[in-house]
Design a protein around this ligand. Structure first.
Ligand SMILES: [Zn+2]
Length: 138
């Protein structure tokens, strides 16, 4: 399977770049002029986990979740296990979701306005940039 060019999350889109010369990390998420995910390799289980990890950073940034590195790693592990152990269930969920609009993520649990969960603007990070990486010790 080839490396996707982009990952989209609601109205946001991050370019995915393969950079074998990355040093000290296996993956990076940055948002300088636009969201970008850089990974050092592609095609095996570890590189899929790296892409998932950086995608979680991307989603956290888009939704202003403020997930730190430890929380991102735990969520990466949890999603990896969930996806791997429940591929049939995931296909059913994906099929159902693809036929309906996104649910609103407001506190009103009864609302389903069909609005985009990532439609809220990305949080202001002060310096206008964010950068996260996976250390080479993973
Ligand atoms: Zn990270």
């Amino acid at each position: 399977m080839s490396l996707p060019e982009y990952v989209t999350f609601g109205s946001y889109r991050a370019k995915i770049t393969l950079e074998p010369a990355l040093t000290g990390v296996h993956g990076l998420y940055s948002f300088e002029s636009s969201p970008e995910i850089t990974i050092s390799k592609w095609g095996d289980k570890e590189s899929a986990a790296i892409l998932l990890h950086e995608t979680i950073h991307f989603m956290s940034d888009c939704m202003g979740l403020g997930l730190n590195e430890a929380a991102t790693r735990r969520l990466e592990f949890a999603l990896s296990v969930l996806l791997k152990d429940n591929s049939d269930l995931m296909l059913h969920i994906l099929a159902a979701l693809s036929t309906s609009p996104h649910r609103n993520q407001s506190n009103d649990t009864d609302s389903d306005t069909g609005t985009d969960p990532a439609a809220t603007p990305a949080p202001d990070r002060g310096d206008g940039s964010a950068r996260h990486g996976i250390r080479s010790d993973r």
